[in-house]
Write a protein that binds this ligand. Structure first.
Ligand code: SF4
Ligand code: SF4
Length: 321
């Protein structure tokens, strides 16, 4: 049987999704029995010319991680789509924008100012910033153009399936490859390898009554490892998040931050969680509700940590924050 031709690529990401691929350990031997990697520049010496030289639809399945943050990410996403039969948004950043998507709370100008001028460790008296094109004696050097707004993969090109997770559970990779190899593909647009129920439905922690008068930050307290985080006043996004990761943060006594994304039919994970939290605030008095909310240090960061570009907000619209 001909091997599946697989491409793996990253846009704006940390590389953790590539590590998850390697984390399938000895099962990688099973994968290479059925799959041939035809493009994976993070791990092997592939060039863009290799990809450009393939006929259209030459690749059986592409796993693309990372958000779309610059012109190179966007160009390669379109190229891979053209060259691939099946395009998978692999990992939280490709699925929902992920941590790079938090840049949508500000803009490119402000980010450059922070990174190249105002951080305490920066010494840049001439305010030099990266240029997209620069002449040197040997020719012209170029860099990709960074965009003001971070996008998901599906906001950029046509995506067939989504594998959530920061990073994805390694078993999900085998699920997708097996589905492609056997032709037993789920319906287009499916989230693969995650459950259709909430993290709270799988979480083993004890839950009695969710009511609180104060939010606490995880690193400032010693949570009871058997009691629901929310009951202890610690924000946990489990009720607005798909199960499927094996509650790996919760099992390490860390609250869920929502990287598996919203439940089916929920468009905006942050709004869903905001509504759940609002229902648990133990007061009817507006002044006291205000005081309780003030104990939450970074609501936008909690509720949209992984999903701002995919949310109804997509980005902050008043710029220069
Ligand atoms: S809110 Fe978090 S800790 Fe509580 S039951 Fe849900 S997933 Fe578990
Ligand atoms: S517990 Fe939540 S944040 Fe942690 S890996 Fe699972 S879905 Fe992601």
């Amino acid at each position: 049987m001909a091997k599946l031709k697989v491409a793996i690529y990253w846009g704006a990401s940390c590389g953790g999704c590539d590590i998850a691929f390697v984390d399938i350990h000895e099962k990688i031997l099973d994968v290479i029995q059925v799959a041939e990697v035809v493009f994976w520049p993070c791990a092997m010496d592939f060039k863009y010319q290799d990809l450009e030289g393939y006929p259209d639809k030459h690749i059986d399945v592409t796993l693309m991680s990372g958000a779309i943050r610059n012109s190179e990410n966007e160009h390669v996403a379109h190229l891979l789509r053209r060259k691939s039969k099946v395009m998978v948004a692999y990992g939280t950043c490709a699925h929902m924008g992920g941590i790079p998507g938090l840049a949508n709370f500000t803009d490119k100008e402000a980010i450059f100012k922070t990174a190249y001028e105002t951080t305490p460790s920066t010494a840049n008296p001439d305010k030099v910033v990266p240029q997209t094109s620069w002449r040197v004696p040997e020719g012209t050097l170029t860099l990709p153009t960074i965009y003001d707004t971070v996008k998901t993969l599906a906001q950029t090109t046509d995506v067939d399936y989504f594998i959530p997770g920061c990073p994805p559970n390694p078993e999900q990779i085998a699920v997708v490859l097996t589905a492609v190899a056997t032709g037993k593909l789920p319906s287009k647009g499916s989230v693969v390898g995650a459950a259709d129920r909430a993290m709270c439905d799988e979480c083993p922690r004890k839950k009695t009554e969710l009511k609180f008068k104060e939010f606490k930050r995880r690193h400032l307290v010693h949570p009871d490892p058997e009691v629901c985080f929310l009951e202890q006043g610690i924000i946990c996004i489990g009720s607005a998040t798909r199960a499927g990761c094996g509650y790996r943060c919760i099992g390490s006594n860390m609250p869920c931050r929502g990287c598996y994304g919203p439940l089916p039919n929920v468009h905006d994970q942050g709004a869903k969680m905001l509504s759940a939290i609002a229902a648990c605030i133990d007061s009817e008095d507006p002044a006291e509700v205000e005081r309780i909310l003030d104990t939450m240090p970074d609501p936008a960061g909690y509720f949209y940590r992984f999903a701002l570009p995919a949310s109804m907000l997509q980005r902050r619209h008043n710029k220069h924050v």
